[in-house]
Design a protein around this ligand. Sequence first.
Ligand code: 5AD
Ligand code: SF4
Length: 482
Amino acid sequence: MKIYIETYGCQMNINDTEVVASILCKVGHTICKSIEEADVILVNTCSVRDNAEQRVLGRLDVFALQKKKNKNLIVGVLGCMAQRLKEDLLNNKNVDFTVGPDSYRELPEIIASRLESGYKKTETILSLKETYSDIEPVRMDSNHVSAFISITRGCNNMCSYCIVPFTRGRERSRDPKSIVREAEYLFAKGYKEVTLLGQNVDSYFWANPDNPTESVNFFQLLELVALIDPTLRVRFQTSHPKDIRKGVLYTMAMYPNICKHIHLPVQSGSNAQLEKMNRKYTREDYLKKIADIREIIPNCAISTDIIAGFCDETEEDHKETLSLMEEVKFDSAFMFQYSERPNTLAARKYSDNVPLEEKTKRLNEIIALQNKLSLESNQKDIGKIFEVLIEGTSKRSDKQLIGRNTNNKMCVFDAADGVKVGDYVFVKINNCTSATLIGDIQEVKKTHHLHIKSISEIKNDIKELKRKRDEWLKKRESEGKH
Ligand code: 5AD
Ligand code: SF4
């Protein structure tokens, strides 16, 4: 059968769609590119904010119209909305089945049984074990340069505004051997960058079930992936301010191929709000983590997520968010208005009482400030030379190429002879906007250069950092922490 898949939401969902494609292609189905040619339409959904759900509900109406043209068409909803809304979608939206994030292995059977019996079905049992470790995702719409690898599933944090723990279940860490195997396989196929994904990568922890004294934590995993090859770039997200440790920072500093960028969602600058959000850190704790990052990795970019207008947020609280942004000088940010999600802690305990106009006003102030900070951050890069991994051509002109530097900043530069997607080049920055660095290729390198530093300098740095990391680890172990 021809399967059409549409994906909404975060990178974890994009990666899940690749897992789904792999499961379906293995049993002989093929992936197609339009709803007109499809026998089955799957939509992988997101429930994090109400507007994400509304977009999908709108799409389901379009698919229902397509069903009128093609009587045999099957429509299935996957992901967080399937988990949350289940029968609602079957009964009211002309959907044939709903399958939650931990039940994708059932898809071939569900599609077959829908064909045979015509029954509508919902499969949404959340698992304590499912990690899809043994499934090699089909990289869809990929640039064949960078790929995502899931290292954990689910989340145990219970931030009071967030629906993820309810739709994606308890946190599970994937076997490090299968993660490294997947990264090695991608590298052998020509990929140059992998991003390790988890709702909270810092709580990655895998203990060998046959020998529990054998374990791997996040920085050890990061090191295992970085050691695959110095020309394989490694990124990761998302870090959690309460859990990110110096071990991760030393490991990042040690390996030039671990990109110098940390996405560290702060959500709010006010302690009262952070407590209500159940984030388990204070403004001061957050700023201390930022100081650690700046000390150990001086050239590290930091991005964040911010929510405007959470329950009971006062103008004072909002001002504290603005002042924290000024203090940290984030390089970039994702910014949202609070959207109450059914059954979350906040929906049950607090009132969504900041008026919509006020939420919008505060969000606009946050966005305006971040635009200024992003521009200032980019202006500081004018005159610098960065190593950039070419990811594609610019949307505006095919004579221009795009790629990111180690700091996750998008660079745009003129194409040159002998340079292609997947190459590393050095780009000198001579202009910028708040969103991009604009520059020229300086010197074309066929092979990846470790760093602008010399190899002997790097070796010295690593020795010193490793000593510091071991010292830090010993101290933690003596305190009984892993
Ligand atoms: N309302 C608004 N933003 C939210 N996020 C998560 N839940 C909500 C919500 N209910 C944001 C947080 C999180 C990001 C992925 O989405 O900032 O870090
Ligand atoms: Fe949601 Fe908090 Fe988990 Fe992130 S850490 S997925 S915001 S509960």
